[in-house]
Design a protein. Structure first.
Length: 92
């Protein structure tokens, strides 16, 4: 059972904002840190908030990150490994 599920929007708007690169980087960093038994990345469909893309949802923490880019990935994974969230990326 995974401690966290990381859902990356794969809708057209988010894809045009490089969400696939974010998804790939998440998988890369999680694997490199040996966290692939604790965290699972899922490419999913559109969340309907395209203006905020790329969007990443974190469960079970129920957090929505907006305007995520590849440079944010290390910080996201590090925070999740500590049971924390990245406040600056949260949609409020």
């Amino acid at each position: 059972m995974y401690r966290s599920h990381v859902l990356v929007c794969g809708g057209t708007g988010c894809r045009s904002c490089k969400s696939k690169k974010v998804e790939d980087k998440l998988n890369e960093v999680i694997s490199a840190k040996g966290l692939d038994k604790e965290m699972k990345v899922h490419g999913v469909g559109c969340f309907g908030l395209c203006v905020n893309g790329p969007i990443v949802l974190i469960y079970p923490q129920d957090a929505m990150y907006v305007k995520v880019n590849v440079d944010d990935v290390e910080e996201i994974v590090e925070a999740l490994s500590k049971g924390e969230l990245v406040e600056r990326l949260l949609l409020h």
